[in-house]
Unconditional design. Structure first.
Length: 267
């Protein structure tokens, strides 16, 4: 397999080689300040040709909630299904009869826990810690993580991303908290990209939609973050397209998938 990264002008150049697209949301379909209609149109063209599109997001919102959020933002419904890291976290938490949780992240992210047999409590009384985002204030974050570590907490991280620059905004994510917990020696389970759990679920969704097993070589992952979207797709055995002008991801030579680049997702 050629290790080179191929620059392409549009998705139409390679679409015939794939049956399924697993597409990122933030940074591809919108960036919190604007929606990218051409990206949605590209997904629509792929579907019109018989392809299946599953959105794969590290959002702290469960899939049904994210669907409504995207609709409210004006993102066209040019996809067949979507799966979020919150969906994976909810599935893991739902396996517990009941659990006491310490939550790190914005209060709005607590929609993740709706309908689950969980109770939110202080770190000193919790069974595990769930991090959905970077806290509004990190004045005592190290002390909190230290308490969690001493209590033997597993840290469930729904968004392994660390930092993103949008315009003049510098956004911080849950991955920064996970890095600090690992530095203490703590154990982190990531429910989002680039982890295998979310890609496994996305492939199961695509299999149900197509009514047949989908082989990894039929799948193309699309995203703007090399360390998350591209790495996750390639490690799963898929091919990938890196969107945007970020640092190019170097394709590991021992992985089978192809790697392409586009400035923006267009058909």
């Amino acid at each position: 397999m050629d290790d080179a990264v191929e620059a392409i002008a549009g998705l139409s150049r390679i679409a015939d080689a794939y049956a399924v697209l697993l597409c990122d949301v933030f940074g591809v379909l919108h960036d919190a300040t604007q929606v990218y209609p051409a990206a949605a149109a590209a997904l629509g063209a792929f579907r019109a040709g018989g392809g299946t599109v599953v959105l794969v997001s590290n959002s702290a919102e469960p899939g049904l909630r994210l669907t409504k959020t995207l609709q409210a933002r004006g993102v066209p419904r040019e996809y067949d299904d979507l799966v979020t890291s919150a969906d994976i976290a909810r599935a893991l938490l739902g396996e517990q009869a009941s659990v006491w949780i310490y939550h790190i992240g914005p209060a709005r992210d607590r929609v993740l826990f709706d309908g689950l047999s969980v109770e939110l409590t202080g770190v000193e009384a919790a069974d595990l810690t769930v991090c959905t985002g970077y806290p509004d204030s990190d004045d005592n974050l190290d002390a909190i993580l230290g308490q969690a570590y001493r209590r033997g907490h597993l840290l469930l991280c729904t968004n392994p991303d660390t930092i993103a620059i949008v315009g003049e905004m510098r956004l911080r994510f849950a991955g920064l908290v996970a890095e600090r917990y690992r530095a203490l020696g703590g154990i982190v389970v990531e429910t989002g990209k680039p982890g295998a759990l979310i890609y496994r679920q996305a492939l199961e969704r695509a299999t149900r939609l197509r009514g047949r097993p989908v082989a990894p070589e039929e799948v193309l992952g699309i995203g703007d973050t090399g360390a998350l979207d591209v790495a996750g797709a390639l490690r799963a055995g898929f091919s990938a397209v890196q969107i945007g002008a970020g640092d190019p991801y170097s394709r590991p030579p021992d992985l089978p998938g192809r790697l392409h680049r586009m400035p923006a997702l267009v058909w």
